[in-house]
Design a protein around this ligand. Structure first.
Ligand SMILES: [Zn+2]
Length: 196
């Protein structure tokens, strides 16, 4: 049994790299939430298949089977379990949700990375990683600036070579500080839309 169209976000801005999502409302519409159902679901983007994932539905959980490759590493087979939860509807019946395995939030859509989690959990991971990188770059730039006798203000140019420093060393360090500053600005600008 196969299903198409659970919807890779191919047109929206990607903030966390290549991401796949599974919408429980889409699964319900396709009749895939019946316990005992198994098969594979595919994503497509502008009519082209861009990936697929094996699944199995049990009474109270969805089991996802897929391969994950870490940067430069080996492929790894992963079996991820997403529990279901239900809330009563106003007009009778029940509405089915996923429970995020990480934060236990009730959600309609799970997003794939190495594991399938809610949007919120992925945003947090993304934000802290990016902020750490930006911080590290700014610390690096400031350290070089101090060595060159510059101020802590990354926006101020470093004009004068310290005495006793070779011109070559000075040029190289100034370049390093500049590129660290530029990269940290780029990350922060992407994140906040401006440089704070
Ligand atoms: Zn979560």
């Amino acid at each position: 049994m196969g299903g198409y169209g659970s919807g890779q976000k191919c047109d929206s801005k990607k903030t966390t790299g290549s991401q796949y999502m599974i919408d429980i409302r889409w699964m319900k519409k396709q009749g895939l939430l019946v316990p005992g159902t198994s098969g594979s679901m595919s994503w497509e983007c502008r009519g082209k298949e861009t990936g697929d994932i094996g699944y199995r539905v049990e009474n109270n959980r969805l089991i996802l089977q897929y391969q994950n490759k870490h940067r430069g590493g080996e492929w790894e087979s992963i079996e991820d379990e997403i529990s279901f939860t239900w809330t009563p509807c106003n007009y009778g019946g029940k509405r089915q949700w996923f429970l995020c395995p990480k934060c236990n939030r009730r959600i309609a859509v799970i997003y794939g990375g190495k594991f399938y989690r809610c949007r919120h959990c992925y945003d947090l991971v993304y934000d802290s990683q990016q902020e750490n990188t930006a911080d590290r770059l700014m610390r690096k730039a400031r350290k070089i600036r101090r060595r060159l006798g510059g101020s802590n203000n990354l926006m101020e140019p470093i004009l004068f070579k310290p005495k006793n420093m070779h011109q070559k060393t000075f040029d190289r360090l100034r370049k390093e500080a500049d590129s660290a500053t530029n990269l940290s600005c780029l990350i922060i600008r992407q994140r906040f839309g401006f440089y704070p």
